[in-house]
Design a protein around this ligand. Structure first.
Ligand code: ADP
Ligand code: ZN
Ligand code: ZN
Length: 739
């Protein structure tokens, strides 16, 4: 006898066909089973889907329903909770469930035939040694928790969460993650934990710490990684280990939030404020927000951690009496500045001096340099340069930070005013001196720098502004006569020349380059490190005692309301790089060169006062009716001309007002929705495609969700109609990070 099944497949985005199609099968397959099914002329991966939740669409003629081609034996069906997570993601972020679910599975699962998969699984089984019946492994020696860590751990164990761990850089958050994971794994022999970091670059460091802690306890296979930097076979291997329950800990980037983990009991989201948790293509999901949803679904505790939480999470962690939903946990002190828990009563003289030295809590001193009083075109103020020279003389390291790569953002002709615009984008091409190219950072268009001005022939074309490449060159010039204490050779009787290095996306293009450059910094082979935000994040540099932001003011005047939040967190992160070695912490400094020394953002930074900064920002957002006090979505449209892109958006908006208002019971919902006029995106044209966007806003997230879901059909209809003519694509971005 043959059964009818609903099977989830990946149909082209916005195809009229839904994601859930009907198939026939000889055996009855449980929902979650992975199958191969014919789709058009191809065969593709599908997931047997719950007939209740998935309304099968497509073929209705029973004679034409096709047969399931094969079952991926040996892989347990995906759990109902996993299916629910993916269903929610698709609904919330307004994408097709087939696209979202299939994209969440490792690519090889889609490519391998059932036979190939069988061979893969067999090979794995025979390679694995039989578990031995030896006595349980010894606990490796754990550091004693600091008083703050101990308090926080007690709260995590006794409360349900979700938790927001607000801990200064170096306060020992990672140690809290390790302890929490250990507690959860020890409590149940099958329990699994998911630990997420924002960037691939940060995974090796985290992996090393987790492996050192947990491999002795649970074996080599217990800790796996999951991120896009892995090869497809590696990803499949990790995924299968997590899915089978063999892996107890999964470390990964945002994609790991979809890992199938049948016994998930804990989710950690490190640096939860980081924009990398938001996907910027396909379903634009926030892995941080989904982690909270998934925790509730799976009954897993959720621990978000940051020294500068997102204002959303900060707001959610206000006192419960005021409507807060997360529990805020606070660790204000750097490790090494307070006595460990068991010595709390009797701090030694040494510990007392450390706790009182410099700024409270062992955080570096923040100094603002008023650039209004410096030479007009100075890149480095005189006092900053002196401070760097002092570090060099003492054999300490400095880090100079500028959030713009390349040599100069623009080349221009002083005669006719020509500028190095990209012919395909509404943006300038960046001058990269190292290979003398002009490169567009948006479309990738690259050309050799012209010998003379392309418009007037003037040979004198000059760089405008500066990026990290130019900054590195400039630092090297300024320090050319400075000598550092001899450590390498006696070849230089008066000391060795200063070693300047740069780390940014350009110097780390090749695999392994970032790791080797970071290793050089750690080994002390660099005196002054120049770089972009890449060096500001997460890396644990122990001997850096000075961090300088040479030109951070731009974000104060940005039209993006989140720019100050990002700047504050970036500067706090950068400050967190300084003085992580407690013995150097006392004289660590963060320098901010600014034309706005009195700006409240810098004043709060000087006090290391994230709560104060957050308070004023949230007040401003509440007054202006911005997130987290309203919910937002963006609809983006792309076309050959700006008019076409905008016409589509405005037509869909007008249709919402005229048609949906007539729907039964909809007047009340539409009243809560604001549809703004379509506008060009901030970079209006990329690779010759014009881009427009429309903001949709509501004080009620539920109303916005309801509206967006219903509006989908209107958008589809508009796309098919006269106002959709010439449109290339459109997409919805729910909770957008950049407006
Ligand atoms: P964060 O993640 O908050 O930046 P880490 O967890 O990396 O902080 O801790 C900072 C440093 O302090 C690390 O070198 C870590 O090994 C050390 N550390 C953390 N907790 C303790 C502790 N309880 N006792 C001793 N050292 C600790
Ligand atoms: Zn010219
Ligand atoms: Zn371009």
């Amino acid at each position: 006898m043959s059964h009818w099944l609903c099977v989830l497949v990946q149909t082209p985005a916005h195809a009229s066909l839904g994601s859930v199609l009907s198939y026939r099968s000889e055996s009855l397959l449980t929902p979650g089973t992975l199958v191969r099914v014919p789709l058009g002329k191809r065969e593709t991966l599908g997931v047997v889907w719950d007939a209740e939740s998935g309304q099968a669409t497509g073929e209705l003629d029973p004679g034409k329903i096709r047969e399931v081609a094969g079952v991926l034996e040996g892989i347990a069906p995906l759990s109902g909770k996993w299916q629910q997570l993916l269903t929610f993601t698709a609904q919330y972020y307004q994408r097709s469930i087939g696209e979202v679910a299939l994209a969440a599975l490792p690519p090889q699962l889609r490519e391998l035939s059932p036979q190939q998969m069988q061979r893969r699984l067999k090979r794995k089984k025979s390679a694995r040694p039989e578990p031995t019946e030896e006595s349980p492994a010894q606990n490796p020696a754990l550091p004693d928790l600091s008083p703050e860590q101990a308090t926080v751990m007690a709260q995590i164990q006794s409360q349900a969460g979700p938790f927001l761990l607000f801990g200064a850089t170096g306060s020992g958050k990672t140690e809290v993650y390790l302890h929490s994971v250990q507690t959860v794994l020890a409590s149940d022999p099958h329990a699994q934990a998911l630990v997420m970091v924002p960037e691939i670059n940060l995974t090796p460091q985290l992996e090393a710490r987790f492996k050192a802690r947990f491999v002795p306890l649970y074996g080599e296979d217990a800790v796996v990684s999951l991120h896009s930097g892995m090869t497809n076979p590696q990803r499949l291997k990790s995924w299968l280990a997590a899915h089978s329950g063999q892996a107890r800990i999964v470390l990964g980037t945002r994609m790991a939030v979809f890992a199938s983990m049948p016994q998930l009991r804990l989710i950690v989201v490190d640096e939860e404020h980081d924009p990398s948790y938001k996907s910027s293509e396909g379903a634009r999901y926030s892995a941080r927000d989904l982690a909270v949803y998934r925790g509730r679904l799976d009954g897993a505790k959720v621990l978000l951690g940051s020294a500068t939480p997102s204002l959303e999470s900060w707001h959610h962690s206000r006192p419960a009496a005021e409507g807060g939903r997360y529990l805020r946990l606070h660790m204000p002190s750097r490790i090494g500045t307070l006595a460990p828990a068991d010595q709390q009563q009797a701090p030694t003289a040494h510990q007392t001096t450390r706790a009182t030295a410099g700024t409270p809590n062992g955080l570096p001193l923040v100094r603002r340099v008023d650039m209004n009083h410096q030479h007009r075109n100075a890149v480095f103020s005189i006092p900053l340069l002196e401070a760097i020279k002092e570090r060099v003389a003492r054999g300490e390291q400095s880090m100079v930070f500028l959030n713009r790569r390349g040599y100069a953002p623009v080349l221009h002709c002083t005669d006719c005013g020509w500028k190095s615009e990209c012919p395909h984008c509404s943006a300038f091409r960046v001058f990269h001196k190292i290979d003398r190219t002009l490169r567009c950072h948006h479309c990738g268009f690259t050309e050799r720098v012209p010998r003379a001005c392309p418009t007037c022939g003037n040979p004198d074309i000059a760089p405008l502004g500066r990026g990290t490449e130019r900054l590195e060159e400039h630092v090297a010039e300024l320090l050319a006569d400075v000598r550092r204490p001899n450590t390498i050779s006696e070849e230089f009787p008066d000391g060795e020349p200063v070693r300047v290095a740069r780390i940014d996306a350009d110097t780390t293009r090749l695999k392994g380059e970032l790791q080797s450059q970071l290793a050089a910094v750690h080994a002390g082979d660099v005196d002054v490190l120049v770089g972009t935000q890449m060096i500001a994040k997460g890396h644990d540099f122990r001997r850096i005692t000075l961090v300088a932001a040479v030109n951070p003011d731009g974000a104060l005047f940005s039209s993006d309301f989140r720019a100050p939040e990002r700047l504050f967190s970036l500067l706090m992160q950068a400050a967190g790089r300084a003085g992580r070695d407690a013995t150097l912490g006392e004289r660590s400094e963060v320098w901010i060169q600014t034309f706005q020394p009195a700006h409240p953002l810098y004043a709060a930074l000087k006090r290391h006062d994230y709560p104060g900064f957050a308070r004023t920002q949230l007040q401003e957002r509440e007054q202006a009716g911005l997130p987290p006090f309203t919910a937002q979505a963006l609809v983006r449209a792309e076309a050959r001309t700006q008019e076409v892109a905008q016409a589509f958006l405005n037509a869909a908006s007008a249709a919402a007002r005229s048609e949906m208002a007539l729907w039964e019971g909809w007047a009340g919902i539409l009243d809560q929705i604001t549809l703004y006029p379509a506008v060009p995106m901030s970079i209006q044209r990329v690779a010759n495609i014009e881009r427009a966007q429309m903001l949709v806003e509501s004080p009620s997230r539920a109303a916005l969700q309801q509206f967006l879901t219903a509006w989908q059909s209107v958008l589809h209809a508009t796309r098919q109609g006269p106002d959709g003519k010439g449109l290339i694509r459109w997409a919805v971005d729910v909770d957008p990070l950049a407006i």
